[in-house]
Write a protein that binds this ligand. Sequence first.
Ligand code: PLP
Length: 389
Amino acid sequence: MLAVKTARQAWRAKVGEPTGRPTMVLPITAHSAFIKGARYFDVDLRVLPVDPITCTVRPEDVGAALADLGDRACLVVVSTPSYAHGVMDPVAEVAAIAAPMGVPVHVDACIGGWVLPFMAQLGYDLPDFDLRVPGVRSLSVDLHKYAYAPKGSSLLLFSDADYRMSAFFSYSDWPGYPVVNTTMQSTKSAGPMAAAWAVARRIGADGYRDLVRSARQATEAIVSAVAHIDGLRVVGEPAATLIALAADGPNGVDPFVLADTMKARGWFIQAQPGVGDLPRTAHLTVQATTLANVDEFLDALRAAADDARVLPRAVADEQLMAAAEQIDPAALDLPTLSALLTFAGLDPSGTPSLPDEAAGIQALIEALPTGLRDAMLAGYFSAIFQPNR
Ligand SMILES: *Cc1c(COP(=O)(O)O)cnc(C)c1O
């Protein structure tokens, strides 16, 4: 959010246009947090496809988008790695195109920021992805992920103090105290910061290196094992500790069904919808603790894949899809949403819980038009957070 706000403010200062709408360039694989930032701060989006094999952004696509946008481009976002597929965008190549055009690059290292540097220390040959790369102006790292700190504090790093000035808010034209906020928070929560500091000190650089070694070892064990599971494949090249599993071939194992058959065996893996020519996948976030259980996990995965292989691929309910075509998401009110959710098998007035078999719901979410499914998801949560259900 703050990276997007910073880019917008720097853009306004540069073009001397106080109220215009700039455009952010990002691959479809960028975290939804950037869409959220764009909506909050009125930034337009130019969403780029990714290479369907590597699932990384093509630098030439970034170049073409920037050439087309001209002065309107305010930011390019890349991920190291991306959440959905765990693969690394080509940071240096993208920055080499954006920098001469005067457009800042943000590196989303929310996952990789606390993993890749330790992998480099362990001897992995990794490309520079951080503020050492000319043209990278901001970089985010989540402490609540691989730094094992509690949620509530995070890092946004800038290449230089000049650019960082656009992140700050200062105001003194009111009768209270002059205000300077260096982040989105005004009064800061010192608790999470102190907790993150304490955890980082307690684990220490050597400790993190050991944790990354274990997490990466488990990741590699899973990647090699999947190569021998009929009907499943790993998407792209997992750069850190995230893995996406897809069906291998048209008759391969459906990741949505696999998530259910894994759940039946006591393991949670995360279903991710197919988008455009990107397949539906099952997401794994591998942590250091996974290593001790990796054989058990792989036994379950092989058995769950056997279970899933003989089950039909999950498809969206035809009646619901037909009904969805009649609906204008902009005109949806809460009672209609509620009726739709009940029809979809998610009765929002009941006790909120996910069904044991969610593949059909995942397929429905995947197939519904974006506006409608976003409205239905929000409607479900609105119903949950309602007194006297
Ligand atoms: C977790 C994550 C984010 C931010 O998500 P939060 O819900 O704000 O924690 C952004 N990018 C990536 C790659 C992430 O994994």
